[in-house]
Design a protein around this ligand. Structure first.
Ligand code: PAF
Length: 295
């Protein structure tokens, strides 16, 4: 017997497809219920719940996938230690009105081992996070593409915290004509401004406090952009001053990109932009970003 107060947890692609087919048939010949997909790697937090809340507004049926995708982790990254908390995740999703959890094994997703056919993220996929994590975005796009094909959702939801991921997913959907609406949900932050991330759990308390320098740097940049008239160089200087003053934070990259091309803007550029930052706090790599109005 299934318990109507808990999401059904499904482990195979065939079972998920059969269950979604059933869900979509209302027997009246009318269009069936709409489906929204929230792709995750588990270790869920309030940022994921914001995606679920928006998914429930957009669609009748909410599917959350939980899969720590080996293809998007490089050698020496935290694939083995990435937090896996399936029972707690399902519990949380049960309390937040999720209908289906798709929690496949790696063998289910990649029955022939690392797949030969992959989506490539192109030049933008090799910049910023892609420069520090070669192959990461090809692996991410490949699994997102598989999940979109498996679930066939009307909408899929992603957090703005992963700005480069969002850009690449939107471009893949546009360039490959995937019939899905991509919905981007604002970053959820702790009280001190630190963007929520499953990797924050790796941080000691002093590191967690130090990591606030990232969002504080972005705020300093936004204020310099608004008031100074100095364009991207002034915004970068303002952010760098705040972040580099924090000894526990080691800057990886700090860049101002054009929202449409995701390429770095020139010093003379004026208009909307986005600042991206990545840093190591201890051995934990954190990313964040914020819009800038370069006037
Ligand atoms: O953002 C994530 O958690 C992952 O990159 C995603 C989109 C679930 C793909 O594995």
């Amino acid at each position: 017997m299934t318990d109507p107060t808990r999401p059904e947890v499904i482990g195979t692609i065939a079972d998920l497809r059969a269950r979604l087919r059933e869900t979509r048939q209302d027997g009246t010949g009318r269009a069936g219920p709409t489906v929204a997909l929230v792709p995750t790697m588990g270790a869920l937090h309030a940022g994921h719940l914001a995606l679920v809340t928006r998914a429930r507004e957009l669609a009748d049926v909410v599917v959350v996938s939980i899969f720590v995708n080996p293809l998007q982790f490089g050698a020496g990254e935290d694939l083995a230690t990435y937090p896996r908390t399936l029972d707690a995740d399902v519990e949380l999703l049960a309390r937040n009105g999720v209908d289906l959890v798709f929690a496949p094994t790696a063998a289910q997703m990649y029955p022939h081992g690392a797949t030969e056919t992959r989506v490539t993220a192109g030049h933008i996929g090799s910049l910023y996070d892609g420069a520090s994590r070669p192959g990461h975005f090809d692996g991410m796009l490949t699994v997102v593409s598989k999940l979109l094909h498996i679930v066939g959702p009307d909408a899929a939801l992603f957090g703005q915290k992963d700005a480069q991921q969002v850009f690449l997913v939107q471009r893949m959907v546009e360039e490959l004509n995937v019939p899905v609406r991509i919905e981007v949900v604002p970053t959820v932050r702790e009280n001190g401004g630190l963007a929520l991330s499953s990797r924050n759990g790796y941080l000691r308390q002093d590191q967690r406090e130090g990591a606030r320098a990232l969002s504080q740097g972005l705020e300093a940049a936004a204020s310099a952009a608004r008031t100074g008239g100095g364009g991207a160089p002034a915004a970068l200087d303002a952010a760098r001053a705040v972040i580099e003053a924090q000894p526990l934070v080691k800057l990886d990259y700090l860049v101002v990109v054009h929202p449409q091309t995701f390429l770095p803007v020139g010093d003379d550029y004026r208009g909307p932009a986005r600042m991206l930052v990545a840093a190591l706090v201890g051995t934990t790599r954190l990313i964040d970003n914020a819009p800038l109005d370069l006037s």
